[in-house]
Design a protein around this ligand. Structure first.
Ligand code: MN
Length: 389
């Protein structure tokens, strides 16, 4: 061994033995502009709020994390302002003085400080994973089992409305190489109108693209049994959350009667939900989101339960910026059974990002970052510019 190699090995050993004592926790709210108004069932937004969490170690390292909500507390009960308060007033005092590398230990402590609050916990955990990756000089996927894939297929959400306009948008998205898989929100119209609308989209697109519908739990079991076979006949590729989140047994009954794959979203938040869905064989795939489950490591457990039951997984979205999107891509990159693609389109929908090198979108895929930690660094000028005063 040369002196240089010995020195390198020595440094690596020192790194592995290092303790990263948490010295300071900082949170900031930024409001980022969207390219166009985004409508949810209960609200519409032109900017999207993100909470940036910075955790500093005594050795001078900083990890960054992010939380965001779909325009307020209607989806998960947490709002950007409440996430900030929980972290500042309750989590930060508990984090100071801890070794940032002991993530499992820290997250167990936070579970004792606050029940639920999964969005706040996910943001803190993201920041710890980033810090740990930087401390060990590896991308987060190395902490999750190493690289299995570098990219994942994008599902592009089409705006609910005019089928001609949506087909035109889909053609454009395919021409631009962004995606060849499309997702449509359902449940705002009557079931008959939904079937007609999706039928039109399938007619226009299904010979060159896939079309899936997301009912967001809008139908009940009998509506699903009556109306979904017609959509399967139209060539619809997959149905997401066809009925109420609690009705896992109903999803299993539906699954045994239709050939179209079923993706569980609202039915799946906890590891116990995953176990129940797996035992009932209620879904072909699970949609995981760290913000709804309390972090990437809980999602890794969910994905493992899925693997053990022969279930596929899919990366859902709350329209994270490049920070949250990158964190999810590390799990996607590390895991074989996340093979239903993703809807990680947040960075495309944002008119501006707050990192120096946003996520890369190419060939209908989003690509994992290979730098240490999350692999993205804040653009401090932009953080200042979009900071909520
Ligand atoms: Mn969904």
């Amino acid at each position: 061994m040369t002196m240089k190699t010995i020195k390198k090995v020595e440094t690596q050993i020192m790194d592995l033995m290092a303790v990263e004592t948490i010295q300071k926790v900082e949170t900031q709210i930024v409001d980022l502009p969207l390219k166009r108004i985004h409508k949810f069932s209960v609200t519409s937004i032109v900017t999207k709020a993100y909470l940036i969490v910075r955790i500093y170690s005594a050795n001078g390292l900083m990890g960054i994390g992010e939380a965001t909500t779909p325009g307020g507390p209607w989806w998960g009960g947490e709002a950007i302002e409440s996430i900030k308060t929980i972290i500042d007033e309750y989590f930060a005092p508990c984090l100071i003085g801890q070794d940032a590398l002991n993530i499992n230990q820290i997250m167990a402590k936070l579970d004792k400080v606050a029940v639920h609050n999964t969005f706040a916990k996910a943001a803190v955990e993201m920041s710890l994973l980033d810090l740990k990756g930087r401390a060990l000089n590896v991308p987060i996927y190395q902490l999750l089992g190493g690289l299995y894939r570098e990219s994942s297929r994008i599902n592009w959400p089409l705006a609910m409305g005019d089928s001609k306009a949506d087909i035109a948008e889909a053609e454009q998205i395919m021409d631009d190489g962004i995606a060849h898989d499309f997702k449509v929100k359902m449940g705002y119209l009557s079931p008959q109108d939904d079937v007609n609308y999706l039928g039109e989209l399938c007619k226009g697109l299904c010979d060159k693209a896939t079309v899936r519908g997301d009912l967001n739990a809008a139908w009940n079991e009998s509506q699903a049994r009556v109306w979904l076979p017609a959509l399967a006949d139209h060539g619809m590729h997959l149905i997401e959350q066809p009925m109420e989140s609690w009705n896992k047994a109903g999803m299993a009954r539906l699954r045994s009667m239709i050939s179209m794959p079923i993706l569980a979203d609202e039915s799946l938040r906890t590891t116990q939900d995953a176990l129940e869905l797996a035992a009932l064989a209620a879904a072909d795939a699970f949609s995981f989101k760290p913000l709804k489950s309390g972090g990437l490591l809980v999602c890794q457990q969910i994905v493992a339960i899925a693997a053990a039951s022969g279930t596929s997984c899919y990366a859902g979205t709350f329209l994270e910026s490049s920070i949250g999107t990158s964190s999810m891509m590390h799990l996607v990159a590390a895991t074989p059974n996340i093979d239903y693609g993703n809807e990680l389109v947040g960075p495309i929908w944002l008119a501006d990002d707050i990192v120096q090198e946003p996520m890369e979108y190419r060939d209908g895929h989003v690509w994992v970052k290979h730098g240490p930690g999350l692999g993205v660094d804040l653009d401090e000028d932009k953080v200042k510019h979009y900071l909520r005063s």
